[in-house]
Design a protein around this ligand. Structure first.
Ligand SMILES: [Zn+2]
Length: 276
């Protein structure tokens, strides 16, 4: 198993969603038990939402919005940082052809690429946040949009510049599209203030301790506010296989699973992978 530590894991540790159990929802792992023998030994990534199978959302094939879903390592289902964990076969995608240091990015990249659904074609996009998700969204949008990343960490901004991105610590003006990926409670307020009239704000952060937000700019500037969570795996796998996105330069550390506590709270790291 190779797993990724994500901002959501850090929020869960602080009490987000009241989850108790093993964390871990970004992974590539080998199938060790399965009723369908051809799957045994395959290297797989897995969609993390497990639906009830009966509600209207599940009937449309989208377990992400099932009201009775469990979510790997997030809601009612032990995650990938356990000795072993379970997912339905329907959630799995074989990735024996991909380098595990690439396929481990499938889940967060799927969430990052989901932003594309909400943006006008080829527009100027301001991404708030130079961390894990902001960086990944920037890499995912880079090919089709004019991307600026606004961040606060000189080292992280430098790394994004080396990856060919426009990464800055200050911006001016108002933007046709703002993607909020700060992971902080203040991110939404900031995003609403930076969007221009009739602009789009895509909200990505989930936070353990939300704050009150002044929604006036949403009304005055007739903004469109979109919440965006998990994405589908197929576009992410396609982007990884084709080389459209290569997030490997974002990795700071690969640690043994037992070293997980050391991976928590290192604000200077963008991405930590765990090997189990
Ligand atoms: Zn359902």
């Amino acid at each position: 198993m190779l797993g990724g530590v994500c901002g959501t894991d850090l929020q869960l540790i602080q009490g987000y969603a009241g989850f108790e159990g093993f964390l871990g929802h970004e992974f590539v792992a080998r199938v060790t038990q399965c009723q369908d023998p051809p799957w045994l030994g395959k290297l797989v990534v897995g969609e993390i939402n497990v639906g009830c199978g009966h509600c209207p959302e599940c009937a449309q094939g989208d377990a992400r919005l099932c009201p009775r879903r469990t979510v790997l390592g997030i809601r009612g289902l032990d995650g990938a940082f356990a000795e072993s964990f379970q997912l339905p076969l329907a959630n799995l995608h074989p990735v024996d052809d991909l380098d595990p240091t690439l396929s481990v990015w499938c889940e967060p990249l799927a969430a990052a690429l989901e932003v594309r659904q909400h943006l006008p074609a080829s527009c100027k996009v301001l991404i708030l946040g130079d961390g894990r998700l902001g960086s990944l969204i920037a890499l995912g949008l880079q090919a089709d949009h004019e991307v600026t990343v606004l961040g606060r960490h000189p080292g992280k901004l430098d790394r994004l510049r080396r990856l060919g991105l426009h990464a800055v610590s200050e911006v001016s003006g108002s933007w046709p599209a703002v993607v909020e990926a700060t992971g902080s409670a203040q991110g939404l307020s900031q995003a609403l203030q930076m969007a221009r009239a009739h602009g789009t704000v895509v909200l990505k952060s989930t936070v353990a301790r939300p704050e009150a937000v002044d929604m006036t700019p949403l009304v005055v500037n007739a903004l469109t506010l979109v919440g965006s969570r998990c994405g589908r795996f197929e576009p992410a796998l396609q982007a990884l296989r084709s080389g459209l996105v290569d997030p490997r330069p974002l990795v700071d550390q690969v640690l043994d699973l037992s070293e997980f506590p050391g991976a928590i709270g290192r604000r200077d790291w963008v991405k930590v992978l765990l090997r189990g």
